[in-house]
Design a protein around this ligand. Structure first.
Ligand SMILES: [Zn+2]
Length: 229
Protein backbone atom coordinates (compact mmCIF):
# COMPACT_ATOMS: atom_id res chain seq x y z
CA UNK A 1 0.00 0.00 0.00
CA UNK A 2 1.32 3.40 -0.95
CA UNK A 3 2.29 5.64 1.94
CA UNK A 4 2.91 9.37 2.27
CA UNK A 5 6.01 10.68 4.04
CA UNK A 6 6.47 14.31 5.12
CA UNK A 7 10.06 15.43 5.87
CA UNK A 8 10.26 18.65 7.91
CA UNK A 9 13.60 20.50 8.02
CA UNK A 10 14.86 23.78 9.45
CA UNK A 11 16.38 25.00 6.19
CA UNK A 12 16.00 24.18 2.53
CA UNK A 13 18.42 21.31 1.90
CA UNK A 14 18.45 19.76 5.39
CA UNK A 15 15.96 16.98 4.74
CA UNK A 16 17.32 16.61 1.19
CA UNK A 17 20.63 15.55 2.71
CA UNK A 18 19.52 13.57 5.72
CA UNK A 19 16.19 12.03 4.71
CA UNK A 20 16.73 12.31 0.94
CA UNK A 21 18.08 8.80 0.32
CA UNK A 22 15.18 7.29 2.29
CA UNK A 23 12.68 9.49 0.44
CA UNK A 24 14.21 8.43 -2.89
CA UNK A 25 13.89 4.77 -1.85
CA UNK A 26 10.28 5.20 -0.77
CA UNK A 27 9.37 6.99 -4.01
CA UNK A 28 10.92 4.14 -6.02
CA UNK A 29 8.78 1.79 -3.90
CA UNK A 30 5.66 3.71 -5.00
CA UNK A 31 5.26 5.99 -1.97
CA UNK A 32 4.67 9.74 -2.00
CA UNK A 33 7.09 12.20 -0.40
CA UNK A 34 6.80 15.87 0.56
CA UNK A 35 9.81 17.93 1.65
CA UNK A 36 8.92 20.90 3.85
CA UNK A 37 11.52 23.49 4.87
CA UNK A 38 10.53 25.77 7.76
CA UNK A 39 12.92 28.55 6.63
CA UNK A 40 14.67 29.32 3.37
CA UNK A 41 18.19 28.88 4.77
CA UNK A 42 19.01 32.11 2.98
CA UNK A 43 21.75 33.24 5.39
CA UNK A 44 24.03 30.29 4.65
CA UNK A 45 26.19 31.80 1.92
CA UNK A 46 29.37 33.80 2.63
CA UNK A 47 29.25 35.83 -0.60
CA UNK A 48 25.62 36.03 -1.77
CA UNK A 49 23.18 38.36 0.00
CA UNK A 50 20.24 36.68 1.78
CA UNK A 51 17.91 38.05 -0.91
CA UNK A 52 19.99 36.53 -3.69
CA UNK A 53 20.59 33.24 -1.89
CA UNK A 54 16.90 32.86 -0.98
CA UNK A 55 16.00 32.75 -4.67
CA UNK A 56 18.76 30.19 -5.30
CA UNK A 57 17.73 28.06 -2.28
CA UNK A 58 14.10 27.86 -3.42
CA UNK A 59 15.24 26.88 -6.91
CA UNK A 60 17.59 24.24 -5.48
CA UNK A 61 14.89 22.84 -3.19
CA UNK A 62 12.38 22.63 -6.02
CA UNK A 63 14.95 21.00 -8.30
CA UNK A 64 16.00 18.39 -5.73
CA UNK A 65 12.40 17.44 -5.03
CA UNK A 66 11.61 17.19 -8.73
CA UNK A 67 14.73 15.08 -9.36
CA UNK A 68 13.79 12.44 -6.79
CA UNK A 69 10.05 12.68 -7.54
CA UNK A 70 8.99 14.47 -4.33
CA UNK A 71 6.93 17.60 -3.69
CA UNK A 72 8.50 20.73 -2.24
CA UNK A 73 7.21 23.34 0.20
CA UNK A 74 8.75 26.10 2.25
CA UNK A 75 7.25 28.14 5.10
CA UNK A 76 7.86 31.89 5.00
CA UNK A 77 10.25 32.11 7.96
CA UNK A 78 13.71 33.58 8.00
CA UNK A 79 16.92 31.58 8.43
CA UNK A 80 18.06 31.80 12.05
CA UNK A 81 14.72 33.12 13.28
CA UNK A 82 12.29 30.18 13.17
CA UNK A 83 9.88 30.90 16.04
CA UNK A 84 8.77 28.24 18.49
CA UNK A 85 5.21 29.47 18.10
CA UNK A 86 1.74 27.98 18.07
CA UNK A 87 1.16 29.74 14.76
CA UNK A 88 4.10 27.97 13.09
CA UNK A 89 3.05 24.61 14.56
CA UNK A 90 -0.48 25.14 13.27
CA UNK A 91 0.80 25.91 9.76
CA UNK A 92 2.54 22.53 9.77
CA UNK A 93 -0.51 20.88 11.36
CA UNK A 94 -2.61 22.16 8.44
CA UNK A 95 -0.21 20.49 6.01
CA UNK A 96 -0.52 17.25 8.01
CA UNK A 97 -4.32 17.54 8.06
CA UNK A 98 -4.43 18.14 4.30
CA UNK A 99 -1.74 15.70 3.11
CA UNK A 100 -2.34 12.93 5.68
CA UNK A 101 1.21 11.58 5.93
CA UNK A 102 1.83 8.11 7.40
CA UNK A 103 5.39 9.01 8.40
CA UNK A 104 6.99 12.25 9.62
CA UNK A 105 10.74 12.71 9.44
CA UNK A 106 12.44 15.68 11.10
CA UNK A 107 15.65 16.74 12.85
CA UNK A 108 16.95 15.30 16.08
CA UNK A 109 15.98 17.34 19.15
CA UNK A 110 19.56 18.50 19.90
CA UNK A 111 21.49 20.53 17.38
CA UNK A 112 24.07 23.24 16.90
CA UNK A 113 21.31 25.05 14.94
CA UNK A 114 18.35 26.43 16.84
CA UNK A 115 16.26 26.27 13.65
CA UNK A 116 16.83 22.50 13.56
CA UNK A 117 15.78 22.03 17.18
CA UNK A 118 12.74 24.20 16.64
CA UNK A 119 11.76 22.37 13.46
CA UNK A 120 11.79 19.13 15.49
CA UNK A 121 9.70 20.71 18.27
CA UNK A 122 7.25 22.22 15.77
CA UNK A 123 6.93 18.90 13.92
CA UNK A 124 6.06 17.08 17.14
CA UNK A 125 3.59 19.78 18.20
CA UNK A 126 2.05 19.82 14.71
CA UNK A 127 1.62 16.05 14.80
CA UNK A 128 -0.24 16.43 18.09
CA UNK A 129 -2.39 19.36 16.92
CA UNK A 130 -3.36 17.56 13.70
CA UNK A 131 -4.53 14.55 15.70
CA UNK A 132 -6.95 16.59 17.82
CA UNK A 133 -10.64 17.03 17.04
CA UNK A 134 -10.55 20.78 16.45
CA UNK A 135 -12.72 22.96 14.27
CA UNK A 136 -10.74 22.63 11.03
CA UNK A 137 -12.23 22.20 7.54
CA UNK A 138 -9.30 19.85 6.86
CA UNK A 139 -10.44 17.41 9.53
CA UNK A 140 -7.97 15.56 11.72
CA UNK A 141 -5.17 13.15 11.01
CA UNK A 142 -2.92 10.99 13.17
CA UNK A 143 0.57 10.23 11.86
CA UNK A 144 1.71 6.65 12.55
CA UNK A 145 5.46 7.13 12.62
CA UNK A 146 7.70 9.96 13.82
CA UNK A 147 11.37 9.65 12.92
CA UNK A 148 14.45 11.77 13.62
CA UNK A 149 17.03 11.80 10.81
CA UNK A 150 20.79 11.50 11.26
CA UNK A 151 22.62 14.82 10.76
CA UNK A 152 26.22 15.67 11.69
CA UNK A 153 24.98 19.01 13.03
CA UNK A 154 22.44 17.30 15.30
CA UNK A 155 24.70 14.57 16.69
CA UNK A 156 24.45 15.07 20.47
CA UNK A 157 22.90 11.94 21.97
CA UNK A 158 21.72 10.62 18.60
CA UNK A 159 21.67 6.82 18.74
CA UNK A 160 19.76 5.26 15.83
CA UNK A 161 17.27 2.53 16.57
CA UNK A 162 15.95 2.06 13.05
CA UNK A 163 18.05 1.41 9.93
CA UNK A 164 16.60 1.80 6.44
CA UNK A 165 18.55 -0.04 3.71
CA UNK A 166 19.21 2.24 0.73
CA UNK A 167 19.29 0.36 -2.59
CA UNK A 168 21.79 1.40 -5.26
CA UNK A 169 19.17 3.02 -7.50
CA UNK A 170 17.85 5.20 -4.67
CA UNK A 171 21.40 6.18 -3.68
CA UNK A 172 22.29 7.12 -7.26
CA UNK A 173 19.12 9.15 -7.64
CA UNK A 174 19.81 11.00 -4.36
CA UNK A 175 23.45 11.59 -5.20
CA UNK A 176 22.67 13.03 -8.65
CA UNK A 177 19.96 15.28 -7.17
CA UNK A 178 21.96 16.59 -4.19
CA UNK A 179 24.82 17.69 -6.50
CA UNK A 180 22.58 20.55 -7.61
CA UNK A 181 22.74 22.25 -4.19
CA UNK A 182 25.65 24.66 -3.72
CA UNK A 183 26.06 24.09 0.03
CA UNK A 184 26.08 20.31 -0.41
CA UNK A 185 28.86 20.65 -2.99
CA UNK A 186 30.89 22.53 -0.37
CA UNK A 187 30.66 25.92 -2.12
CA UNK A 188 29.50 27.87 0.93
CA UNK A 189 31.56 26.94 3.98
CA UNK A 190 33.47 24.00 2.57
CA UNK A 191 32.02 21.10 4.56
CA UNK A 192 32.09 17.96 2.38
CA UNK A 193 28.42 17.12 2.92
CA UNK A 194 28.02 14.68 0.08
CA UNK A 195 31.17 12.75 1.02
CA UNK A 196 30.11 12.70 4.68
CA UNK A 197 26.60 11.39 4.06
CA UNK A 198 27.81 8.90 1.44
CA UNK A 199 30.39 7.52 3.90
CA UNK A 200 27.85 7.47 6.73
CA UNK A 201 25.43 5.44 4.62
CA UNK A 202 28.20 2.91 3.93
CA UNK A 203 29.13 2.78 7.64
CA UNK A 204 25.51 2.25 8.69
CA UNK A 205 25.17 -0.36 5.94
CA UNK A 206 28.08 -2.29 7.52
CA UNK A 207 26.21 -2.35 10.84
CA UNK A 208 23.10 -3.94 9.37
CA UNK A 209 24.71 -6.14 6.72
CA UNK A 210 23.70 -4.23 3.60
CA UNK A 211 25.50 -1.95 1.16
CA UNK A 212 24.13 1.33 2.47
CA UNK A 213 21.64 2.35 5.14
CA UNK A 214 20.31 5.45 6.90
CA UNK A 215 19.83 5.48 10.68
CA UNK A 216 16.87 7.06 12.43
CA UNK A 217 15.75 7.55 16.01
CA UNK A 218 12.14 6.50 16.38
CA UNK A 219 10.39 9.28 18.27
CA UNK A 220 7.55 9.48 20.75
CA UNK A 221 4.83 6.86 20.76
CA UNK A 222 6.11 5.55 17.40
CA UNK A 223 8.53 3.45 19.46
CA UNK A 224 5.77 0.90 19.87
CA UNK A 225 5.20 0.42 16.16
CA UNK A 226 7.34 -2.04 14.26
CA UNK A 227 7.06 -1.15 10.58
CA UNK A 228 9.64 1.25 9.12
CA UNK A 229 10.21 2.85 5.72
ZN1 LIG B 1 20.02 23.36 8.39
Amino acid sequence: MSRTVLAIGGHIGDMDLTAGPTLAKMILDGDRAIILACTYGERGHPRLSPDEYRVQKVREGEQFAADIGAEFRVLDYSDGFLPNSEEAADQIADIIRAQKPDILITHWTKSIHRDHERAAILAERARFLASLPVDSPLGRHSVDQFLHADNWEDAEGFVPDLYVPIPEEAFERWRAAIQNQAFARGETYGFRYIDYYTAMMAAKGCLVGTGRACGFVVGGSSKFKLAGP
